[in-house]
Design a protein around this ligand. Structure first.
Ligand code: NAD
Length: 243
């Protein structure tokens, strides 16, 4: 039910953090992963067979041609994203637009390029967009209005793509909304205010932050036949933070 044997899956933001952990879980379930990321190489020192790394900006015009060159694709996780803490009163249009470009436009361009290949080969695949609990709440003590707006947008985007691509092409699209995960993105937000680590842990029902590996099961579930009737849904995995 959960096997991904013979499946080819594209994961963006897969050099480190959540995207890397999910890529490794998909490979363990039998998939071949094409790991796309801005970084020149993965932080993974000895990649397992099945982890094929491509250094690329998801906003680059070569994204479509690269994805098109991979042959039949059965799944995708759009995890590439950025965050920046900036008071709303001092945001520049350039910074705000950059957040939207990577977190929303980049996710859309990824899904579109993958969907075109799925349609071409008739693979009736599954896509996962990484949103955030921050797409539904205003995080207390964290000043990230553009990030939160971008995550609300991609959660909604996933539903619309599911509605558009499901009926004719059998493509499923769901989102995952994680709570705080200890990755480079969060370490950066904690660097200036270390006391936040405990404050943020105290805001959820399990009183701790999560690890990237705690999202692996969800990735395998959403990309496998185990979730065959699930589409247009948002899977909230935040230790009860937003409940
Ligand atoms: P991370 O910074 O560790 O990893 C993000 C990866 O995306 C990096 O490797 C980065 O190089 C890549 N990336 C950024 N811009 C890119 C671009 N233009 N093209 C290609 N690759 C690009 O962060 P993470 O915590 O692993 O985040 C993964 C996803 O999970 C993001 O979408 C993030 O918003 C989301 N998320 C994270 C948390 C958290 O607490 N860490 C919570 C909820 C959602």
């Amino acid at each position: 039910l959960f096997s991904l044997k013979g499946k080819t899956i594209v994961v963006t933001g897969a050099a480190r953090g959540l995207g890397l952990a999910q890529s490794l879980a998909l490979i363990e379930a039998g998939a071949t992963v094409h790991a796309l990321d801005l970084l020149p190489s993965s932080t993974l020192l000895s990649p397992p067979p099945g982890y094929n790394y491509h250094s690329i900006n998801i906003l680059s015009p070569s994204l479509g041609p690269l994805i098109n060159s991979l042959g039949p694709i059965h799944g995708c996780i759009a995890a590439a994203g950025i965050n920046q803490e900036t008071p709303a009163l001092s945001y520049t249009e350039e910074d705000f637009s950059r957040m939207m470009a990577v977190n929303v436009t980049g996710v859309f361009m990824t899904c579109q390029a993958v969907a075109r290949v799925m349609v071409k080969y008739g693979t009736r695949g599954s896509m996962v967009v990484i949103a955030s609990m921050s797409g539904s709440i205003a995080n207390r003590g964290l000043i990230c209005s553009a990030y939160n707006a971008s995550k609300g947008a991609v959660k909604q985007l996933a539903k619309n793509l599911a509605s558009e691509w499901g009926p004719e092409h059998g493509i499923r699209v769901n989102s995952i909304s994680p709570g705080y995960i200890v990755t480079d993105m969060v370490e950066q937000l904690l660097a200036t205010k270390p006391e936040r680590r405990q404050e943020w842990a105290d805001q959820n029902m399990l009183k701790r932050l999560s690890k990237p590996e705690e999202f692996s099961g969800a990735a395998v579930f959403l990309l496998s036949e185990a979730s065959s009737f699930m589409t247009g849904a948002d899977l909230v995995i935040d230790g009860g933070h937003s409940a």
